[in-house]
Write a protein that binds this ligand. Structure first.
Ligand code: FES
Length: 166
């Protein structure tokens, strides 16, 4: 598998820290996802071989923890906070609106790879919810229609800029 020398070194130094190789599955997944932005089937098989376990044992971990993603992250990463305050202030309605406006299913990446839309947990802006994180930029008070438009414009602009550089 194609990994940087730095990631490979981290993997090689991490495995011996565990009494049993198989216990290193989570850090290995973390290293691979940090570099490749998702966990591919190839990565699952590669990690399984490295740790002398079956691919299904790695897949079980990947599918159990929402942190691990099996789809490549889109050019623009959109996370809608759905923790209590934001949920009470309309996060799920906002999520439905964004699905339509971006033509992207919640929890997925668009087929063209331009946008990933997901629910996420508290972003520490509970008083100004519902909030959305677009890459690293926070958008607040999104139950006000006039606040959603500029955010959508920015998402589309970034998606187009990403497509233009590919
Ligand atoms: S609940 Fe959404 S930011 Fe805290």
């Amino acid at each position: 598998m194609n990994l940087s020398a730095e990631t490979l070194e981290k993997i090689e130094t991490t495995i011996p820290k565990y009494p049993e190789k198989r216990s290193a599955v989570m850090p290995l997944l973390h290293f691979v996802q940090s570099e490749q932005k998702y966990i591919s089937n190839e990565a699952i098989e590669w990690i399984a071989e490295k740790l002398e376990i079956e691919p299904i044992n790695v897949l079980e971990v990947v599918t159990f923890f929402p942190y691990y993603r099996q789809e490549k992250l889109g050019t623009v990463h959109v996370r809608v906070c759905r923790t209590l305050s934001c949920a009470l202030m309309g996060a799920y309605k906002l999520g439905d609106e964004l699905e339509k406006a971006l033509d992207c299913k919640m929890g997925h990446t668009k087929e063209d790879g331009s946008v990933t839309l997901e629910y996420g947990e508290c972003l520490a802006a509970c008083g100004t919810g519902p909030v959305v994180l677009v890459d690293e930029d926070l958008y607040e008070k999104l139950n006000q229609t006039e606040a959603v438009g500029p955010m959508l414009e920015e998402i589309k602009k970034r998606a187009q800029a990403g497509a233009a550089t590919e």
